[in-house]
Design a binder for this molecule. Structure first.
Ligand code: PNW
Length: 465
């Protein structure tokens, strides 16, 4: 018998998350248009082993099985994203009925299984036709996004109780337009800053239209928030960490909750990079500051920032870790997650929070007797991060739900299929799905609405964090 140590609020929502390009495949089917990720992943040298999302988890055809698995795990909700190029192959114009029907089948399938849909409008798969006109560097893309969003409200209406405008606009802007590691693969800081403004502006426009639609339901935005800690407890490192926070976190939180960009970061962009944001028009920030019903937070790891290493400042990730890491040098620090949640409430108020992604990629080598993956590492990550969420809730932070990233092993962008974030294993040769040990543990957490005490072998792993 396991004892349940830590309970969550009675109406807490438990789910898993995915995104369209990472799982759907079927990129040429039913009139889907080309996205920037099709173009990028098919450009030699851009992704690991040249891997693409052409087939991915073949979820486009296998979704009934995937929805059944979520039902079997007892989940209450599923966060997925709509592929804009399936709905508007050229980014605008006439809706592609076959693409829309696919999402109607998903949503209907979720309702049949008593799962609540949470739909993200943009998880990075911009129609290539819009990129050809400048993509997010062009203000017009924000207007096209607003039209697309309005069409989705009209077509899907109240069958979708939770809407998310954007997933991680920091990554879309800066990893896509400055680091160049993601589509569209541009490496120019002024372009990235410009893209960030148009992403935020489009979020505001889409939120405004949602209010005008008078639909029941809630709308929010998902940010990847990365707490920035000084590597050494010195004034220089503290200042560097604050700069990193400005660029990675406040750059999005401040406009959304306060209607202004953080002055220190604006000044830094001006002085060090001659960036003048002359494309910010009167009224834009009022649009961006539309009240949202909830904030989605994706949390994976904290940054360690040292002034001596300012060259890494804009890279924002992969600063040398101090403690245990998972893949890619991502440091595992559950306490940083609790700190972050408390900080968001302290600095930005009581907007309800959903953890829209949290999870980890580990080398899943060991198998249990039944053939399932014995992913104790992931299980201890999930468990200790849920303890952090419980800690924040106990401190009064309004966290309303948690979505594990990810439901399935999937296409991890530039890292291809090597990094496995799934709680369910996918054998990409056969497309066979097998719940990992973490999935069975999560099933118990959901059933208990609380955290049972960990088995001894996983407890030993958790104690490293
Ligand atoms: C998030 N980076 O992405 C995304 O929302 C998911 O699509 C993704 O699979 C998940 O986290 C795990 O990585 C990120 O390189 C991807 O800085 C890459 C970066 C950050 C976030």
């Amino acid at each position: 018998m396991t004892t349940v140590e830590q309970h969550f609020p009675a109406d807490f929502i438990w789910g898993t998350a995915t995104s369209s390009y990472q799982i759907e495949g079927a990129v040429h089917e039913d009139g889907r248009g080309e996205s920037i990720w099709d173009r990028f992943s098919h450009t030699p040298g851009k992704t690991k082993f040249g891997q693409t999302g052409d087939i991915a988890c073949d979820h486009y055809h296998r979704y009934p099985e995937d929805l059944d698995l979520m039902r079997e795990l007892g989940l209450g909700s599923y966060r997925f994203s709509l592929a804009w190029p399936r709905l508007f192959p050229e980014g605008k114009g006439k809706i592609n009925q076959a693409g829309l029907d696919f999402y109607k089948r998903i949503i209907e399938g979720l309702h049949q299984r008593h799962l609540t849909p949470m739909a993200t409008l943009y998880h990075w798969d911009l129609p290539q036709a819009l990129q050809d006109k400048g993509g997010w560097m062009n203000r017009d893309t924000a207007l096209r996004f607003a039209e697309y969003a309005e069409a989705m409200y009209r077509q899907l209406g109240e069958s979708v109780p939770f809407w998310i405008t954007h997933n991680e606009p920091w990554v879309a802007a800066f990893v896509g337009h400055f680091q160049g590691r993601h589509a569209p693969g541009i490496k120019d800081l002024p372009s990235a800053v410009k893209a960030s403004h148009h992403l935020l502006y489009s979020h505001g426009l889409a939120t405004q239209l949602f209010r005008e639609s008078k639909l029941a339901g809630q709308i929010g935005i998902t940010l990847n928030l990365t707490p920035a800690y000084p590597t050494h407890d010195t004034p220089d490192d503290q200042a560097a960490a604050w700069r990193n926070d400005g660029y990675g976190n406040r750059w999005f939180l401040d406009p959304i909750f306060r209607g202004s960009y953080p002055a220190d970061t604006v000044e830094w962009f001006q002085q060090h990079h001659q960036i003048e944001m002359d494309y910010v028009q009167t009224g834009d920030l009022a649009v961006i500051q539309q009240p949202i019903d909830f904030l989605g937070i994706n949390y994976y790891f904290p940054n360690r920032i040292s002034a001596a290493d300012e060259s890494k400042f804009l890279a924002c990730i992969n600063s040398p870790a101090i403690g245990e890491t998972s893949f890619r040098g991502w440091e595992v620090v559950p306490a940083a997650f609790a700190d972050l949640l408390k900080r968001v409430q302290r600095d930005y108020g009581n907007t309800p929070i959903y953890i829209t992604e949290n999870g980890s990629a580990f080398a899943d080598l060991k198998r249990a007797a039944d053939g399932s993956v014995n992913d104790g590492d992931r299980m201890s990550y999930l468990h200790t991060h849920l303890e952090a969420v419980a800690d924040a809730i106990a401190a009064g932070v309004p966290v309303k739900g948690y979505y594990a990233w990810s439901m399935l092993d999937n296409y991890e962008w530039a890292e291809g299929y090597d990094e496995r974030f799934g709680i369910i294993e996918v054998d990409f040769a056969t497309q066979k799905r097998t719940p990992k040990r973490t999935a069975r543990w999560y099933q118990q957490i959901v059933a208990n609405n609380g955290l049972p005490s960990l088995p001894a072998d996983v407890q030993a792993l958790a104690e490293r964090y």
